[in-house]
Design a protein around this ligand. Structure first.
Ligand SMILES: [Zn+2]
Length: 252
């Protein structure tokens, strides 16, 4: 199994990071840790140095952060990205979040910055990890304009089935988080979307499959189990296919 989206660099793991990575190493092939800020991207790079071939870095700028940032902050993130691009397996997470950002000024800024990162994914021929919340259709339309991005992943996809179908028609991927264990909407989506377009993730420390607990990469197993159950498939088959998808997408 591969956890294709988590945030082990977050301070939530300051007290037990080594332990949690050790637990993940027991069960998982590797994890992809998405950076969300300038400092976050730096920490992700450090972790990927410490846990070579297990923690793979993706460098990005979360849309909730980007909506509040001035151009200098954006430029600093991009400069850092240019300098470390050879280490990154993807660009992201980036995108648009209309759930948290309601004002048009913030949304316009998100959109502009999202476009910049789409351009970077094209320039460096790297996969793009998209965060879209209440803005899936819009994010899809934007990313589609960048024809030479090699792979696009809608992380923790939560939009409509209609948009999901457009996403997979384009050859993009939808990633299912551990949220699928309790969210009926995600269960319906997983039933309809073919396995060849599915990746698995935890989005740790968020979206734990166990109520009241902090999520961690090892729990990605719960998402794989749930997808297998929904699709009436063997766990091993879902595990193999989703892992193969992830290896192909991130070239790992
Ligand atoms: Zn995330």
């Amino acid at each position: 199994m591969i956890d294709t989206h988590c945030h082990v660099d977050f301070k939530d793991f300051n007290k037990d990071r080594a332990e949690i990575i050790k637990r993940a190493q027991k069960n998982l092939t590797c994890i992809v840790n998405s950076g969300v800020t300038l400092e976050g991207n730096r920490r992700v790079l450090e972790l990927s140095e410490e846990y070579k071939k297990f923690v793979f870095p993706s460098l990005g700028f979360h849309p909730v952060n980007s909506s509040k940032s001035d151009q200098y902050a954006v430029e600093a993130v991009i400069e850092e990205l240019h300098e470390n691009i050879d280490k990154a397996v993807a660009i992201g997470e980036v995108g648009m979040d209309y759930y948290h950002v309601k004002d048009s000024e913030g949304r316009n800024r998100q959109e502009k910055i999202f476009n910049q990162f789409c351009g970077l994914a094209e320039e460096y021929e790297l996969p793009l990890i998209v965060h879209a919340r209440d803005s899936e259709e819009k994010a899809f339309k934007i990313v589609k304009k960048y024809k030479s991005i090699p792979e696009v992943i809608f992380h923790c996809y939560s939009g409509s089935l209609e948009t999901a179908n457009k996403i997979i028609e384009e050859g993009y991927y939808t990633s299912f988080s551990t949220m699928i264990c309790y969210s009926q909407h995600h269960q319906v989506l997983a039933k309809e979307i073919p396995l060849k377009y599915i990746l698995t993730e935890t989005d740790s420390p968020y979206l734990s499959p166990f109520k009241g607990e902090k999520n961690e990469p090892a729990f990605v197993e719960e998402a794989v189990k749930k997808i297998a159950e929904i699709k009436e498939n063997k766990f091993s088959k879902v595990d193999n296919i989703t892992e193969k998808n992830a290896k192909k997408v991130f070239d790992i």
